[in-house]
Design a protein around this ligand. Structure first.
Ligand code: PSV
Ligand code: MN
Length: 429
């Protein structure tokens, strides 16, 4: 199986290591003046991991068109191969989140064996009741878990139970449920009844959850339904999670809120009530754009990590969110976007670690708004790239991941054995 050889990565690293050592020691000296030990921060950066979505490795598209890239993965085995390359470069993406039935295989033990060999694990299996699958008896056109028809709801429940089984075979520990259920016309759906039916279905799935598993509910304001969605916002989400029980938590996809919503405050609320299950990181300008993490709103991402690191520092009970990317790469090589995005999320984490929390709490207590804001800005404005590069280098990754990946010629090599998937289809992945 095509990989980028360790020796090649090392060879490329040798070209950058002297510069990195200089930048790292300069930054270390600068941070030490603020009482921060760069080694402690670098060790934390090395531990940081974020999962890659299997569906993000293929070129994405919109409902208008999809323009295929070369050498796109055609199945979960090839997606996994690309995920290994992403992890070899970034050294912070050692797990993959699969989506079913997209990633269904006949033999899950073969898939597990391949992921083990590649040093990758599985996290958060995703069910799909927002599309009809070939040969299924009942259509999801008017909903799935909240459908008015009991047989359709039952079919959606059974699919989720199957997904749990696939996840168990792969060693995953959580199920993420996002439904496209909702309505396009005022009056089309009885809000309360639809939510009741959803809860009734979810209770049946929750009851079958393995004892060491969690269930994560993902809310989304619109799309594919454009007037209302059953799990529209974090309010409906946390209500459902509370109704279902302690193993059910909320998952925050950054692109699933109204513009300008204060996502970091939602994150704080979920942390406080032990309901933060995980994240789908991405960036957006208008809606669920699924752009690369940190490409538009790095400060917002940093403010979210301010909340996360604060919870970590306070050792908040029940705090262990799963970090995942969920993006659609329409004009870039998905491998490059995923490497960059993982590093951008890691960057937000590292910057949040630099915040002087005692000073911040002091400014908050003294109601000193300017100093509180400056305390955050001080950390945000620091360029922590040498810490990220050193963490990668020490973990066996690439100091310059994009350059190394391009230099390896991986995409051109796999293109030889992966025929084009075709460009003229529309499609959201
Ligand atoms: C829905 O927009 C979503 O964010 C959910 O996480 C889905 O599983 C994924 O995208 C599908 O692309
Ligand atoms: Mn998502």
């Amino acid at each position: 199986m095509q990989r980028i050889e360790k020796s090649f990565i090392e060879e490329q690293n040798q070209r950058h290591i002297d510069d990195l050592n200089k930048d790292f020691s300069y930054l270390g000296e600068k941070l030490s003046r603020s009482g921060i030990d760069i080694e402690t921060v670098t060790a934390a950066a090395e531990k940081f991991q974020i999962a890659v979505p299997s569906w993000g490795t293929g070129t994405g598209g919109t409902r208008f068109a999809r323009f295929a890239g070369i050498g796109e993965p055609r199945n979960i085995f090839e997606k996994l191969q690309d995920c290994a390359v992403i992890n070899d470069m970034s050294a912070c993406t050692d797990s993959v989140s699969p989506h079913f039935p997209w990633d269904c295989v006949d033999d899950f033990s073969e898939l597990k064996q391949q992921s083990d060999e590649l040093g990758l694990s599985w996290i958060a299996v995703n069910s799909n009741t927002f599309q009809d699958q070939q040969g299924q008896a009942h259509s999801y056109k008017y909903g799935s878990l909240s459908h008015t028809d009991a047989a359709t709801r039952q079919q959606a429940i059974e699919h989720n139970l199957d997904v749990i089984k696939y996840g168990q075979a792969l060693g995953a520990k959580s199920l993420t449920v996002w439904v496209g259920d909702g309505s396009n016309h005022p009056g089309q759906q009885h809000f309360q009844r639809a939510f009741e039916r959803y809860l009734e279905s979810m209770k049946k799935i929750y009851a079958e959850l393995p004892s060491d598993w969690e269930m994560h509910i993902e809310h989304k304001m619109f799309e594919p339904a454009f007037y209302s969605t059953v799990i529209q916002d974090w309010g409906s989400n946390i209500l459902a999670a509370m109704e279902l029980g302690p193993k059910c938590k909320s998952l925050v996809d950054l692109g699933h809120h109204a513009p300008n919503v204060n996502i970091e405050m939602i994150v704080s609320r979920l942390i406080q009530f032990k309901k933060l299950g995980g994240f789908h990181f991405n960036d957006s300008k208008y809606g669920d754009d699924d752009l690369d993490s940190g490409s538009l709103h790095p400060y917002q991402q940093f403010l979210i990590f301010n909340e996360l690191v604060d919870a970590e520092a306070r050792q908040q009970e029940g705090f262990a969110p799963a970090y995942m990317l969920d993006q659609s790469h329409n004009v870039t090589d998905p491998i490059e976007s995923l490497i960059n995005s993982a590093a951008e999320v890691q960057r937000s984490y590292v910057k949040a670690l630099l915040i002087d929390r005692d000073a911040l709490y002091g400014h908050q207590t003294a109601n000193d708004a300017i100093m509180a804001s400056n305390e955050l800005k001080k950390a945000f404005n620091l360029d922590v790239s040498p810490i990220l590069a050193m963490a990668r280098y020490r973990a066996g990754g690439a100091i310059e991941p994009i350059a190394t990946y391009r230099q390896s010629g991986y995409r051109q090599l796999v293109a030889k054995s992966r025929p084009s998937t075709g460009g003229n289809t529309s499609g959201i992945v």
